[in-house]
Design a protein around this ligand. Structure first.
Ligand SMILES: NC(=O)C1=CN([C@@H]2O[C@H](COP(=O)(O)OP(=O)(O)OC[C@H]3O[C@@H](n4cnc5c(N)ncnc54)[C@H](O)[C@@H]3O)[C@@H](O)[C@H]2O)C=CC1
Ligand SMILES: O=C(O)[C@H]1O[C@H](OP(=O)(O)OP(=O)(O)OC[C@H]2O[C@@H](n3ccc(=O)[nH]c3=O)[C@H](O)[C@@H]2O)[C@H](O)[C@@H](O)[C@@H]1O
Length: 449
């Protein structure tokens, strides 16, 4: 099947590559000429495990191409995917200007019927806006061409995007058109062999399903962070509590890790956008507001713990920071807790010595070279001359450490662990002070009975 994908970011690039990998012919189009030039040279602009070799294989096989030429791209695909950004607007609603621009572009160039597939995360009612935009431009061109607009939200996670796309739990399609059902069945047939994954529903339900999924996941995290803060004050250990509640199959172990707040390009903006949608129809979405508020508070916890450890005086201190990305296995730093921390530390007159296995270049792109930020080549280089160690991201390479070496190298024996990676007893027995999240007893000997 011939497929065009507008937007070659995390979602567009992964979607296009995976669809080419199962045998479809794919053209990815982007307005970022530099990104397209890099892709055509075989450079992959994002870090995503497994993606680079898959792109290379499918480019060599002639099934995957990259272009900035919208005319060629629109002419190519029977399916025209929209996978461009939907960032938060000033009032928190999703900004649809990129989505509607693509709708306009498709309508300006199409000369035969097309199925337009909205993969970007968009508020309920967006398919109607895309339809109206396409119709307006076709009218301006004096053309009466058939077209369909459907919703096909994406549920992949960064860091596991290829696997999530290829082995996702479900494929949601919102449409009331038999033509779309047929086309989308053909597109996704390679993923639908083991059992039926395609779920067809009306467009509005599909659009809402995406926000409901992200809001539910964000709610789980904020709930756990709330309980974690209670545990901390009550002298309980959130890690024991997590195991205790996760063992109930109605709750489950997945996605209930407390931490230093959720980041990334999606949960923050999507919870906000759903709240905005609710406000627009006069509904006060109190749970969503609480989820956001708890997350905002949680992101400042690491700084507060440092202040606590240093009696409020961080001026002139040097902080070793492990993990810049908003989560492991990505170089994405959008809304990362590390940014909240670094910016607070700089405002307080402290320096940061940071290491991340993949996100250093991204950090340089965001913050550039500055006197109060050193980029370290190796994890343990951050410890040299540092007053404390803070862990922001749970990369695998941070899990096994020599606490004796950390204690001997840091100027002050303090670890602030935003991801609860370590056993408090092991840290403590190396002579380190351990401030974790929601572990009320982490500074005291653990009771064993
Ligand atoms: N990043 C993620 O893990 C996920 C993102 N989503 C949603 O997917 C959408 C895209 O997100 P990302 O891929 O992260 O965004 P991104 O920012 O990584 O990529 C968007 C791309 O679209 C391009 N673009 C903008 N206008 C264009 C136009 N008129 N024509 C062609 N290309 C254009 C940009 O240059 C950029 O390369 C958003 O709505 C997001 O909420 C959904 C699931 C997962
Ligand atoms: O719409 C999207 O863009 C995507 O948003 C999330 O994916 P992503 O943001 O890539 O990453 P997650 O693994 O969900 O993590 C998001 C944030 O939550 C935090 N988190 C996650 C899980 C957990 O138990 N605790 C926790 O604090 C992570 O550290 C991270 O900062 C969803 O998991 C995807 O299903 C969805 O498609």
């Amino acid at each position: 099947m011939k497929i065009t994908i507008f937007g070659s970011g995390y979602v567009g690039l992964v979607t296009g590559t995976c669809l080419a990998d199962v045998g479809h012919e794919v053209v990815c189009v982007d307005v970022d000429a530099d990104k397209i030039a890099r892709l055509n040279r075989g450079e992959v602009p994002i870090y995503e495990p497994g993606l680079e070799p898959m792109i290379a294989t499918n480019m060599r096989a002639g099934r995957l191409r990259f272009t900035t030429d919208a005319t060629e791209a629109v002419a190519f695909g029977k399916l025209q995917f929209i996978a461009v950004g939907t960032p938060a607007d000033e009032d928190g609603s999703a900004d649809l200007k990129y989505v509607l621009k693509v709708a306009e572009t498709i309508a300006q160039h199409m000369c035969e019927p097309k199925v337009i597939v909205d993969k970007s995360t968009v508020p309920v009612g967006t398919a109607d806006k895309v339809t109206a935009t396409v119709r307006r431009v076709l009218d301006e061109r004096g053309l009466d061409l058939a077209f369909d607009v459907c919703s096909n939200p994406e549920f992949l996670k960064e860091g596991a995007a290829v696997q999530d796309f290829s082995q996702g739990a479900r494929i949601i399609v919102g449409t009331d058109s038999e033509r779309v059902v047929k086309a989308m069945r053909e597109c996704y047939a390679p993923y639908n062999r083991n059992h039926e994954k395609l779920m067809f529903m009306d467009v509005r339900s599909a659009e809402l399903t995406k926000y409901a999924a992200n809001a539910m996941l964000a709610t789980k995290i904020s709930f756990m962070n709330e309980i974690s803060n209670l545990a901390e004050s009550l002298g309980a250990d959130i890690e024991d509590v997590r195991h205790g509640i996760g063992s109930d199959p109605r709750i489950g172990y997945h996605f209930i890790y407390p931490g230093c707040g959720y980041g990334g390009s999606c949960f923050p903006k999507d919870v906000q956008a759903l709240g905005r949608t609710a406000a627009d129809i006069g509904y006060k979405a109190e749970l969503l507001s609480a989820v956001e508020a708890v997350n905002k508070r949680q992101k400042s916890k690491l700084f507060q713990k440092l202040e606590q450890a240093f009696d409020g005086d961080l001026a002139g201190k040097t902080i070793a920071l492990w993990g810049l990305a908003f989560k492991p296995n990505t170089d994405d730093m959008r809304e990362a807790p590390s940014r909240t921390l670094m910016e607070a530390l700089w405002a307080a007159g402290a320096r940061v010595q940071a290491f991340d296995p993949e996100a250093t270049d991204e950090c340089r792109r965001i913050y550039g070279e500055r006197n109060d930020l050193s980029y370290c080549e190796r994890r343990d280089d951050t410890l040299e001359g540092a007053d404390a160690l803070v862990i922001c991201t749970e990369w695998k390479a941070f899990r096994a450490v020599d606490f004796g070496h950390i204690a001997a190298t840091l100027r002050t024996p303090v670890i602030i662990d935003g991801r609860n990676l370590f056993d408090p007893q092991s840290v403590k027995s190396a002579g380190l002070l351990y401030f974790a999240m929601g572990r009320g007893d982490s500074l005291q000997p653990r009771q064993t009975t």
